[in-house]
Each structure stands twice: as C-alpha cells, then as structure tokens.
Design a protein around this ligand. Sequence first.
Ligand code: NAD
Ligand code: TYD
Length: 342
Amino acid sequence: MQETWIVTGGAGFIGSNFVRLALAENWCAKVVVFDALTYAGNLDNLQPYLESDSRLVFVRGDVANAGDVEKVFADHKPHRVFHFAAESHVDRSIQNSAPFVITNVLGTQLLLSAARKHETKRFLLVSTDEVYGALPLNSADKFHEKRPYCPSSPYAASKASADFLALAAFHTYGQDVVITNCSNNYGPYQFPEKLIPLMIMNALKGEQLPVYGDGLYVRDWIHVEDQCRAVRLCGLEGKSGETYCIGSDNEQPNIAVVKMILKLTGRDETLIRYVKDRPGHDRRYAIDSAKVREQLGWKPRIDWGNGLAATVRWYVDNATWLDRIRTGEFQKYYAELYGDRQ
Ligand code: NAD
Ligand code: TYD
C-alpha cells in the first residue's frame, strides 16, 4: 500500500510491535514514528529496522506540543494516523495524573486538529476497555460498544476524554475517526511496570511477586500481535465514527497469571507476596468482541498458554533489554510504589 502512516507512541510497547509488524508485512510504504521517548519509549524497541530500513523514519516530538505536531504533519503529510502515544499506567496516574491529562487529552486534541488541517484520510485512536469502568466478578456481563463510559482511574478518565474528543470531531467536523477499545495486552517489549512483565522480571531474579489485594481481580488478556492486527484492520476497514471492542475471550484472575509465570520460570509459590491493594482497583474487565469479529472478520490467532510461554522466553532471551530499563528512574518508581505497599 503506497501510504505514509504516522504512528504516535511507536517506541512504546504496543506501538513498536505494530511498527515491526507493519514493516515485516509491508502494511504501508512509509512509517513515521512520532514519539517523545518518555520513560516508556525506547529506541531499542525499533531495532534492527531503525538502522537498516529506509521505510522507517523516527521523529522525536511531543503530542502535547502544537509546534511538534504541526511539523510532523507538514513534513510527512500522512494518509493515516495510528495514535498509540499515551501515559498508560494506572498506578502512575494515581501518583500524579497531570501528565495523563496533558498527553492523553491535550495530545489527542492537537493531533485531531492537525489531521483535519492536513486532510489526513483516517485517524485511528487506540483506546482501552478501562473507559467502561469495572464489571462484577462471577457475572456473564462484558464490555461492548454500546455500554456507557464509566472510567474509574485517572488513566481511564483521560483515555475516555480522548475518545470523546475523537467522537466529537466525527460528529462536528465529519472527521474520519475510528476508535479501538482493547483489553489488557501482553507480549514482548512491554515495560516492566505492568503485571505480566513485572512478575516475569521478579521471578527471573528470584525476587518477590507483589500481588495487589486478594489477587482475584480479573483481566481479559490478549497477545499484543492480535491487538495490532485488529488496530490495522480497523484503521483500514473500520466504519468512520465507530468504536470497536477488541479482546480474545481470555479472562484470568491475577493470581492464576502469577502462578503460571512462576511455573514457566521454574520458581515456586513462596515468592508470592500479597500487598496493599491499589486504590479504586477495578474488579474485572471482560470484552465482547463480536462486532469486530462479525463486521471486519478479525479473530485472535495467539493462544494464551503458548503466548505467555513465548513471552517468558522473550524476557529470558532479552535480559539486556530488561537490564537497560532497570535504571535509577525505574528503581525509584519501584521503591516509591511498592515501598508504600508493604
Ligand atoms: P507504553 O507506555 O508502553 O508506550 C507509550 C509510548 O508513548 C511511549 O513510547 C512513550 O514514549 C510515548 N509517549 C508518551 N507520552 C508522549 C507524548 N507526550 N508525546 C509523544 N509520545 C509520547 O504504552 P502501551 O502499553 O504501548 O499503550 C499504547 C496505547 O495502547 C495507549 O494509548 C494505551 O492507552 C493503549 N492500550 C494499552 C493497553 C495495554 O495493555 N498496554 C491496553 C489497551 C489499550
Ligand atoms: P496492570 O498491568 O497495571 O494493568 P491494568 O491495571 O491497566 O489492568 O495490572 C493488571 C492487574 O494486575 C490489575 O488487577 C492490577 C494487578 N497488579 C498486581 O497485582 N501487582 C502489580 O504489581 C501490578 C503492576 C498489577
């Protein structure tokens, strides 16, 4: 496809998986990664393409800076924007929500305006199922596109605001926008602040695994490659002004995930440590993805057991990647968050 795509947040976890797939499978002619390289952005995630593939261009810039945004659109005139950039971690949003409002809300508004000005064909906003709030345990209820938004964390509230801005742009200006609301992702290159990479990292090092509360909170895990393929499909074939819930019917209580990781890393359950709960912790997330499956023909390809085992292997094989992330900044974050939870 002879198109230029801007991928915001393309140096982060999901964005970089998207970019690597896009290049490996020739999804478009040119990929412009626009990323501020915050603590979560990492150019190592884009290797070896960054050094050797002229289809990939990296632009360091802030989605919440109007000048940076205007320049990347003026320089590259994208056909499509895939907007992944965000502050993405709930615990950090509880510590300080200001960067979440700036990046997730203001950043999305500036990108939407620039896309309109430069007549970008389509704006795909990557969002989350957390905009819907929480579901009770032991119910058949699931999130779906018609469910009202009810975000509970500052992170979820900022993502919900971004979604509303995108929908408002569709209704007000007729802008071509599509939103994907996906469940929890796992896979290679995920920053080790999130449950799965954090537990793998600690297990590999023989350190304690901090499980919040009773450990019975439920998340609906999807492999990152499955989410990336869904995002691409919605970006190409989704209906303008619509939202698509993405998930792979894989609800797991946190404690079950932690025990699987201990098995896969050859550690025993004495490493589990129950710690103080996260404030406002959403009990359960679950996605009904019938719409994207029936209307666009998407379905997940990666089975949970195999996907998790491959993810553990990736972290074992990429110990240097992990070591480079465990810098002073990360140690400080870890000590602050988990020190308080003893
Ligand atoms: P991440 O934190 O790993 O990466 C975020 C990327 O955005 C980083 O490269 C960072 O440098 C960049 N970024 C942050 N602020 C920026 C700014 N102001 N300007 C430019 N770049 C900036 O996040 P992720 O887990 O890859 O999530 C990507 C997107 O997917 C987010 O929008 C998130 O809300 C959404 N999402 C994530 C999950 C999940 O399980 N991780 C699930 C559903 C939806
Ligand atoms: P997380 O990966 O932060 O994703 P989210 O909160 O956005 O769903 O957390 C997933 C689940 O794991 C959530 O219920 C919180 C829990 N959790 C722990 O029990 N311990 C931890 O150290 C972390 C980071 C998360």
